[in-house]
Write a protein that binds this ligand. Structure first.
Ligand code: UT7
Length: 321
């Protein structure tokens, strides 16, 4: 059967680092509170002239170089912060990469966006319709934040991550390389726990991010542990076979709580929330690229990627490296 195999990863973080201490000078917070409640120490913030598409292109170029490709058939960008309401950020990325054909579109599932984009790209590759894909998560959440709201402005950062997928014939067992399975969920009842208070079809403004953090937190561990269990079963894998969990990086306590619930060694969880904060759709591919480039993730490893975000949306994918 055809499997989507990851043949390259890349990422990009803006140069500007914003520390907790700097935030404590502008809102009523402390480095101690942020580190203790979230694990975040610093985040990267895009320069005024850097757009989400620029971050995405930098990550895409790194992933293409790692894959040894200079073209793909399909570009799927997961973002909640496109440069413009339309056209899709993916077509801007396509243009900046200098390509004039192929298929490019965005997927909107906020922090779960990369898992959704991965599932869509995988489905399009395994049918045989396309051979290669760039799947990108890219965000400039700094532009959605209310910098006077200490409950949210300390939590997010900017960045981008990308992978290149190539369809390959495999035996059709759980020993195959590539994406072995994915499971996605949405539940729109919880829209008002994490949302942006504006939009092109309502206020005509971009709006600012609003979150009832404690309530989101309560759902996160249960939903993530649930979907990870589902994807393992769907992929014919057991928890003991998991080499690395590459999670959405919202809060260190969520990562630890989810690992504990599943009986997973916390040392098997890739953590970047301390240095990146929550970069929404970019966080999973960013963390993935970090762990690939520092040599933790090696060929044959079983990875579980997972995320949960606004909507609510949540999902997980099992991948053999
Ligand atoms: O990516 C999408 C998914 N998003 C998430 O997964 C986020 C999930 N939520 C969280 O990570 C956590 O709920 C937060 C980090 C947002 C908040 O942590 P918490 O332990 O749930 O704190 P809390 O909201 O219950 O607030 C505790 C206290 C409150 O004060 P009172 O009411 O007890 O007096 C807050 O006003 O902490 C206060 N607080 C702060 N204090 C200092 C809230 N933000 C801050 C802050 N600095 N930045």
């Amino acid at each position: 059967m055809r499997r989507s195999v990851v043949i390259g990863t890349g990422s990009y973080l803006p140069a500007r680092i914003l520390t907790n201490a700097e935030l404590a000078a502008t809102v009523d917070t402390t480095d101690e509170w942020i580190v203790e409640r979230t694990g975040i120490r610093e985040r990267h913030i895009a320069a005024d002239d850097e757009l989400t598409s620029d971050l995405a292109v930098a990550a895409a170029r790194a992933a293409l170089a790692a894959a040894g490709l200079d073209r793909v058939d399909l570009i799927v960008v997961a973002t909640a912060t496109p440069d413009q309401t339309f056209p899709a950020c993916a077509t801007v990325v396509q243009h900046k990469l200098g390509w004039t054909d192929g298929v490019a579109f965005d997927v909107a599932a906020v922090c779960s966006g990369f898992l959704y984009a991965l599932a869509v790209a995988d489905a399009m590759l395994v049918t045989g319709a396309y051979g290669t894909a760039l799947v990108i998560g890219a965000e400039t959440f700094s532009r959605l934040l209310d910098w006077s709201d200490r409950g949210t402005c300390v939590l997010f950062g900017d960045g981008a991550g990308a992978i290149v997928l190539r369809a390959e014939e495999q035996a059709g067992t759980s020993a195959d390389r590539g994406i072995l399975g994915h499971r996605l969920h949405s539940d729109g009842r919880y829209n008002d726990l994490l949302y942006v208070d504006g939009g092109p079809g309502s206020t005509g403004t971009v709006g600012k991010l609003r979150m009832k953090g404690r309530e989101v937190f309560r759902h996160a561990v249960t939903n993530l542990a649930g979907v990870m269990t589902e994807v393992l079963a769907a992929s014919g894998l057991s928890i003991g076979e998991v080499s690395w969990v590459v999670p959405h990086q919202a809060n260190l306590r969520i990562l630890e709580g989810t690992a504990k619930k599943l009986g997973l060694d916390p040392a098997r969880v890739v953590v970047t929330v301390d240095a990146h904060a929550n970069t929404s759709a970019a966080s999973v591919p960013l963390a993935l690229d970090v762990a690939v480039r520092d040599g933790r993730i090696v060929r044959g490893d079983v990875l579980i990627l997972e995320a949960m975000g606004g909507g609510f949306t949540w999902g997980a994918a099992a991948v053999r490296w």
